[in-house]
Ligand binder design. Sequence first.
Ligand SMILES: Nc1ncnc2c1ncn2[C@@H]1O[C@H](COP(=O)(O)OP(=O)(O)OP(=O)(O)O)[C@@H](O)[C@H]1O
Ligand SMILES: [Mg+2]
Length: 262
Amino acid sequence: MTARVYTIASGKGGTGKTTATLNLGTALAQLGKKTLILDADIGMANLGLLLGLEKCKITLHEVLSGSAKINEAIYDGPAGLKVVPSGLSLKGFQNANPEKLREVMSSLIEGMDFVLIDAPAGISKDGVIPLAVADKVILVVNPELASMADALKTKALTEMLGRSVEGVILNRAELEKTEISRNKVSELLGSKVLEMIPEDANVRRSAAFKVPIVIRAPKSPAAIAYFRLAALIAGEKFQDNGLKEDREGFVDRLARSLFGGK
Ligand SMILES: Nc1ncnc2c1ncn2[C@@H]1O[C@H](COP(=O)(O)OP(=O)(O)OP(=O)(O)O)[C@@H](O)[C@H]1O
Ligand SMILES: [Mg+2]
């Protein structure tokens, strides 16, 4: 079986693509899926930073400039996740030829169940190629007009390239307005909302610790949303075990304090 390749894109910058790539990728790996994430944001590489891989000498930059093989740029991440970071230097970016990503895709997908590509913002050449090499594109949007407008443009570009959008991750959503914004977003973008990720301070905290939120704070609202998304993408039933344990724990504690017992 060959991997399913998803490119995580948005159009607008800062919507949460890198966070989504990292946490969806890690959650898929935790489900036992062979998963690789790749930082195609070769100008403003962030994915490696979120995992403490910034000191790696060989990155996608070296692969795209022809000075290294793709296998040399694959690193181990958490839960068996494989990671291809991009480099931080401007020179490395200048030497990299984004077109070369097409050539390395066949080696990347070998033996994998899922490959997630973190796309850059915008529609320049280094942004177009990640859309073109995907089986499906996932759009990360925030519930605001500029983000929707840019996502719509990215969707149109994806379709011009002969690819299609799988759906939308509505990030930093206000959960109390859940259904209204969910329906509005899917209507505006003509794509289904795969998952809503709430605004969650744990996202920034986890980033500071260089550990994905699905590992560092697995019971936080954003992590639970990522687990649900991973189950959907993997075609598996979402297991709500952790949450249940918490609730049962509370009920047990209450019963004990009221009625005594162990
Ligand atoms: N659900 C969330 N709750 C709170 N903060 C979030 C959430 N998702 C992302 N963030 C924060 O938003 C900022 C931007 O996220 P991220 O880097 O993932 O976006 P991006 O789309 O990859 O940006 P760029 O276009 O610059 O590559 C980060 O500081 C991140 O910690
Ligand atoms: Mg990013």
